[in-house]
Design a protein around this ligand. Sequence first.
Ligand code: ASP
Length: 441
Amino acid sequence: MRKLELHWKILIGMVLGIVFGFVMTQIDWGKGFVSDWIQPLGTIFVKLLKLIAIPLIIASLVKGISDLKDISKFRNIGLRTIGIYILTTVVAITIGLLLVNTLKPGNGISEETVAKLTQTYATDSGVTSKIAEATRQKDGGPLQFLEDMVPDNAIKAMSDNGLMLQVIFFTIFLGISMLLIGEKRAKPLKDFFDSLNDVVLKMVDLIMLSAPYAVFALLAGVVTSSSDPDLLLALLKYAGVVVGGLFLMIVFYAIVVSVYTKKNPFWFLKEMSPAQLLAFSTSSSAATLPVTMERVEEHIGVDKEVSSFVLPVGATINMDGTSLYQGVAAVFISQALGFDLTFGDQLTIVLTALLASIGSAAVPGAGMVMLVIVLESIGFPADKLAIGLALIFAVDRPLDMCRTIVNVTGDAMVSMVVAKSVGKLGKPNIKEWDDHLDEVI
Ligand code: ASP
């Protein structure tokens, strides 16, 4: 296996994991075996990635900002990033809405299937907990998101991966203040963070050594806990529309990469593939973030001044795949339950799916929580929400895996575009996990 490129090793791990998962579903004790003995290995891997996410964000963002030497550059990067993120998200929702309105996957769903899905999932804790979570998130005022972004305790913010925006806020504040006290006085702190950054990137390399085995465990777990294949089949058209839309988004990214940055889009996708495969296996942009950062900086050549801001912010607020899915799912549910949508409703979906994808956490299943808010915005009856979610619940995990690939690829593409626009897209500088190994052993 040594000579194979990383993405091939991961791909082989995934395929073997899926096959193993299927075999285990055929054996009486198979499911229990996978959940007791295999799945924990995948969980440990995801935990390791999450473990280094916060130190990596802090170290690389401080380094990125303090290398800038000029705050106005930061404002420039910041505004471009947010602008492009909003733009790509609107493109994603529009693609989703165009597809779902033309192909109408919800019209072919029989009443019998609706009844079966409702009976199976409407009272499932997976569905009810998502509705409860959405209600909790909705209860704030219009400026709640700003309030939530500012931590009152830096250490507390750093102790919770869900508070990534708070950590980013604190770190930008710290980095800008370091610029303001001047290079000489900030040097000790800068050296510390530079060194921490190198160390954490090395930790990413080491963790990635176990990636092919970990994805085996993760996918075996997904297969053994997936729903009844009959129900999956009934939702094939809907799933096809979401996956088709996601594929078009990847094509859109490839075109932007080729036209704007003048790089080969296949090279871009190949270099990003380990991050994409992890996004698929973990369903979490946050867990994938350390690998996304490593790939974008070392393999694509985006300067840290750009990637250190664009990627962590993107992982939390830019979710093109999620917003596309929310658009398709909202219209699909309305079609299936005979709920007519006006053009105004569709525009409302664009706006709320945009805000919802910003508000979605970068963890598995978060997109479905925010879908509740999208549905409510178009006046979907509250008593039918559980039925609506029940309709799509069976295929949510596989679609979550696919949309997370798009979320991660979108962030990487935007970091390239922003880097190019400020002259910070350079040559790749690949570091292997075993560089300097001979000095240690
Ligand atoms: N799992 C997605 C992510 O982490 C969010 C979602 O769509 O549920 O990017």
